[in-house]
Structures are given as C-alpha cells and as structure tokens.
Design a protein around this ligand. Structure first.
Ligand code: CAA
Ligand code: NAD
Length: 283
C-alpha cells in the first residue's frame, strides 16, 4: 500500500521529532495536539532543528522551507481523514490511547493504518479499542527521533503481513533501521533500558552516591553517551514511571517495582528536562 500522507498525534518531544523526520523525507504531515500552543511549540522545535541542519550545510534553506511547507499543525482530529497512516505519540496512558484509537477509527479512511509510538503498552489491547485490529501496529521510535536510527515494529495479535510490510517500508524510507519485536510489555528496548534507569534511581534513593557521580560511573565506566539519570530526565520522568508500571503490572515481578523516589518526583511535577527539573536542572 502507498503511504503519502501521515498524521502524527501529539506534538511533544516524540511527536514533533516523528513529524520532522516524515516531512524531511517527502511525506505530507499533519501534526495534531490538543492546543495550538502545543503544536506551535512542536513547530518551533522543528524549525530550530532544521536551521541547525542548514547551518551545518546538510540541508539548503530551500529544502528547509520545503520541509516546513509539508507540515500542517492542527488541533482538529478530523484531519485524520486525510492520512494513509496515523502515528500516535500522545501521553503513555492506556485510557488516553484507547480513547484516541477508538475516535481515530471512526474518522480515518478505510485503508488507513493506525500506529502507536507507545514505549511499553500492549498493542493488542490498543487494537481492541478499534474495529480494524488488523491495521493497528506499534511503531516505536527512539528519542531524539532525528538522531536515533532504531524503530521497533510491534505486531498486535491480528496485525496483517501487509500492514507490517507497509510500516517496515515506511521506517526504511525515513532512513531508520526497523527491528521486529513481539508484543510483550516494554518490547525489547524498555524491558532492558528501564530497569537500569530504575536501579540508578534506587541508587540515589538509598544514598549510595550522588546523581552526578552515578552518571559519571555509567558514562566513563560503561561508555554510555549519557548517564542513566540524565537519560531519565531526557525521556521524561512521567514516561519512565508509566513504563515501569506497565512492566510491573505486565510481568508481576517485584524486580520491576518503580522506585518510590521516581513516584515522588513525578508527584512533585519534576518531570525532567521538559519541566526544567528532574535529577538535574535545565534552563
Ligand atoms: N533533536 C535533534 N537533534 C539532536 C537532539 C534533539 N533533541 N539532541 C542532540 N541532537 C543532535 C545534535 O544536534 C548533534 O548533531 P550533529 O552531530 O549534527 O552536530 C548530535 O545530536 C550530537 O549532539 P551533541 O553533540 O549535542 O550531544 P551528544 O554527543 O551527547 O549527543 C545524544 C546527544 C545523541 C542525545 C546522545 O547523548 C545519546 O545518544 N544519548 C542517549 C540517547 C538514548 O539512549 N536514546 C534512547 C532513549 S530511550 C527511548 O527513546 C525509548 C523510550 O520509549 C523511552
Ligand atoms: P510529551 O509529554 O513530550 O508529549 C506528549 C504530547 O501529547 C503533549 O504535547 C500533549 O499535549 C499531547 N497529548 C496528550 N494527550 C493528547 C490527546 N488526547 N490528543 C492529542 N495530543 C495529546 O511526551 P513524549 O515524550 O513525546 O511521549 C509521547 C509518547 O511517545 C508516549 O507514549 C511515550 O511513552 C512515547 N515515547 C517516548 C519516548 C521518550 O524518550 N520520551 C521515547 C519513545 C516513545
């Protein structure tokens, strides 16, 4: 099937990154969020990223303008009617996602694929909120989307081969490397990454070392590009908590229990880089 027009739901750090990469690779893109100020913030971020590409002579000013012209910010979910595929990147909450998928199912064209960028939630359950479970799939990008090469593709129980292949081709056209993963909590990426981040938070909680030193250990000792606490701030502590809760509930094993300090930070509104404060402070 031919994909020409894409709608991205959520213009946050992931949604805006996905929209940018889709537009830069020639697709027409609707980028949806609840309020105009949110779509505007997403567009500002994209503009800044593209300007950096122009400055580094990886893109011409004309190419930047063409990319921006292919992007349509919107607060009207009915624009989903134009899309061949909808990639949902709203908050990591099953109720929000099921509600969105059920509404999108009623708006989207019959052939349209409904994909989710969920970090951890079961694709099969999200698909069950629609009348087209064969056309529902997980398309899990990594943060920051313009830089990271991986896309995990997750089939729900009913997802057809045709839909899988269309999404795999799309990922390749976006210059990403797709990897097929089965529908288990946290897939592969977050099943492995998030317990490490949670353990780093327990290490702070138990007073083993300071956040700075814990990150230094992992950066200089294990050659990670950023320490686990900086990475947690960068992902969003709310997202980290939702993912740990999904792992804990999904596997029922105490080893996935979210650290109480993580819960406390989220309750305080310390969500990391996006709110200016998490384990570290940001401007
Ligand atoms: N958007 C676009 N581009 C960005 C960016 C962003 N938010 N942040 C950094 N970049 C670009 C920079 O412009 C720079 O590009 P050039 O090479 O063209 O100059 C490049 O990335 C490197 O940036 P910096 O030199 O400023 O910093 P760095 O060397 O530390 O790299 C990083 C930044 C790529 C983010 C690196 O620190 C890194 O790889 N961190 C780990 C990222 C990671 O693990 N991501 C996965 C998170 S988990 C996930 O996504 C799944 C989930 O469900 C939670
Ligand atoms: P974010 O908080 O930066 O952005 C979420 C956006 O969704 C916000 O702008 C919010 O206004 C919008 N939104 C919320 N409910 C909505 C609705 N009903 N309709 C339309 N828009 C709505 O979050 P994010 O980091 O971009 O994460 C988005 C999704 O991507 C989550 O499912 C998350 O688990 C997943 N994800 C996150 C990362 C990461 O590193 N942050 C990586 C991969 C996947």
């Amino acid at each position: 099937m031919q994909i020409k027009t894409i709608m991205v739901i959520g213009a946050g750090q992931m949604g805006s990154g996905i929209a940018q990469v889709c537009a830069a690779n020639g697709y027409d893109v609707y980028m949806h969020d609840l309020k105009e100020e949110f779509t505007q913030r997403g567009m500002n971020g994209i503009d800044k990223n593209l300007s950096r590409q122009v400055k580094k002579e990886r893109m011409t000013e004309d190419e930047k303008q063409e990319t921006l012209n292919r992007l349509r910010p919107t607060t009207d979910l009915d624009d989903a009617v134009h899309a061949d595929i909808i990639i949902e990147a709203a908050v990591e909450n099953m109720e929000v996602k099921c509600n969105l998928f059920s509404r999108l199912d009623g708006i989207a064209q019959e052939h349209a694929i409904l994909a989710t960028n969920t970090s951890s939630l079961p694709i099969t359950e999200i698909a069950a909120s629609t009348k087209r479970p064969k056309q529902v799939i997980g398309m899990h990008f990594m943060n920051p989307v313009p830089v990271m090469k991986l896309v995990e593709i997750i089939r729900g129980l009913a997802t057809t081969d045709e839909v899988y292949e269309a999404v795999e081709t799309l990922a390749k056209n976006l210059q990403k490397t797709p990897v097929e993963v089965n529908d288990f909590p946290g897939f592969v990426s977050n099943r492995i990454l998030m317990p490490m981040i949670n353990e780093a938070i327990f290490t702070v909680y138990e007073g083993v070392s300071s956040p700075e030193d814990i990150d230094t250990v992992m950066k200089l000792g294990m050659n990670h590009p950023m320490g686990p606490l900086t990475l947690a701030d960068f992902i969003g502590l709310d997202t980290c908590l939702y993912i740990m809760e999904t792992l804990h509930e999904g596997f029922g094993d105490d080893k996935y229990r979210p650290c109480p300090l993580l819960r406390k930070y989220v309750k305080a509104g310390w969500l990391g880089k996006k709110t200016g404060k998490g384990f570290f402070e940001y401007e």
